[in-house]
Ligand binder design. Structure first.
Ligand code: PLP
Length: 287
């Protein structure tokens, strides 16, 4: 396995970053998780747009154009002989001194890792998963926008720890007002009377690329699909609940905080969109 590091491909065991990198010292940087299916990189343009927007928001200049970055991502896949892969693109502030001032960092570190990964075992896509809601809150969207996919993932990590403690594969985070925001690394959709609802970005959800693809597919299939604010109660009484994310793809949720959702099996709307998504990823992507 080789890893792209600042213009070179480096063997995995030699791919190392300095302890003075502000990504390590302060979580100062941005990243993307991207996926390729049968050699197609799914929605690479959207991922790169989000990456460059995140970087701009934190005043981090990425030393490659989006076109160059496209070639880097595709090149990393090819160099590793991978067709179905999870790709992690990281841009950290780079090496500086111990102070947090980023102006001491001369050059960002740009790293692309591609490997095989599946988040949940295959069987869970057939059965659906159980989740719990947790105490960790999404940070306020007016302070540090959740649209910035930064290397500061501590609240998401705390969500994952709470999920582990509860013995479930994923958990649900509210924002400070108690409205449902998202999972640790995925967006949530609920279905009630054939109407689909997902939290808007300002509630504190990352505008997921998978989420946006599902919104498009739902509209194309004629579902009533809206962004809207909702609470845990609405999740408990939904007919169907599902999560979306690059790593998670589309996965049904059949139990939330002990409440069985619908009849406890992945519902027809979820399955319809899951199959449509699986078709979409085969046809839609950068080769
Ligand atoms: N929410 C958070 C906090 C995430 O980290 C991710 C993963 O990228 C998502 C949602 C899902 O977004 P996407 O579909 O772009 O992977």
């Amino acid at each position: 396995q080789v890893i792209f590091m600042n213009g070179e491909f480096v063997k995995k065991e030699y791919a190392k970053v300095s302890v003075y990198d502000h990504g390590f010292l302060y979580g100062d940087g941005v990243f993307e998780g991207i996926r390729s299916y049968d050699g197609n990189v799914f929605r690479l343009e959207e991922h790169l747009e989000r990456l460059y927007d995140s970087a701009k928001s934190i005043m981090l200049a990425i030393p490659y154009t989006a076109e160059e970055m496209t070639d880097i991502v595709v090149g990393t896949l090819q160099r590793n002989g991978l067709r179905d892969a999870y790709i992690r693109l990281v841009v950290s502030r780079g090496v500086g001194n111990l102070g947090l001032d980023p102006s001491s960092c001369a050059q960002p570190n740009v790293i692309v890792i591609a490997e095989k990964l599946s988040l949940f075992p295959k069987a869970l896509y057939e059965t659906g998963i159980e989740i719990v809601s947790v105490a960790t809150r999404r940070n306020r969207s007016d302070v540090l926008s959740p649209k910035v996919k930064s290397l500061n993932y501590l609240n998401n990590i705390l969500v994952k720890i709470e999920a582990n403690l509860a013995g479930v594969p994923e958990a649900l985070m509210m924002n400070e007002q108690g409205y449902v925001a998202e999972g640790s690394a995925d967006n949530i959709f609920i279905v009630k009377n054939n109407k689909l609802l997902t939290p808007p970005g300002y509630v504190g959800a990352l505008e997921g690329i998978t989420r946006n693809a599902i919104i498009e597919l739902a509209a194309r299939k004629g579902y009533d699909m809206k962004e809207g604010v909702f609470t845990r109660h609405d999740v408990y009484v939904a007919d169907e609940v599902f999560l979306t994310g690059t790593a998670a793809e589309v996965i049904s949720v059949i139990k939330v905080d002990g409440r069985i959702i619908g009849d406890g099996k992945p519902g027809p709307v979820t399955n319809d969109l899951l199959y449509a998504f699986r078709e979409l990823v085969q046809e839609d992507g950068v080769k």
